[in-house]
Write a protein that binds this ligand. Structure first.
Ligand SMILES: [Zn+2]
Length: 61
């Protein structure tokens, strides 16, 4: 019984996530967006992953 409730709950979570993703793709964090390109430095064009600023002093776009 309890396992069934947990499975239904998980199913609902997945459903809500899928609907939310379909309706509001821009509201999701960058990590969940597969089509989004990784952040690139606006100054030198290098990938800036995991931080906001680049080694050259530029900021990620
Ligand atoms: Zn840079």
């Amino acid at each position: 019984m309890l396992v069934k409730v947990i499975l239904v709950f998980l199913g609902l979570m997945v459903l809500v996530a899928l609907i939310g993703r379909a309706l509001f793709p821009s509201a999701l964090p960058r990590v969940l967006r597969k089509d989004a390109k990784p952040p690139v430095c606006g100054k030198c064009g290098r990938y800036v992953i995991g931080r906001k600023t680049c080694d050259c002093g530029g900021k990620a776009k």
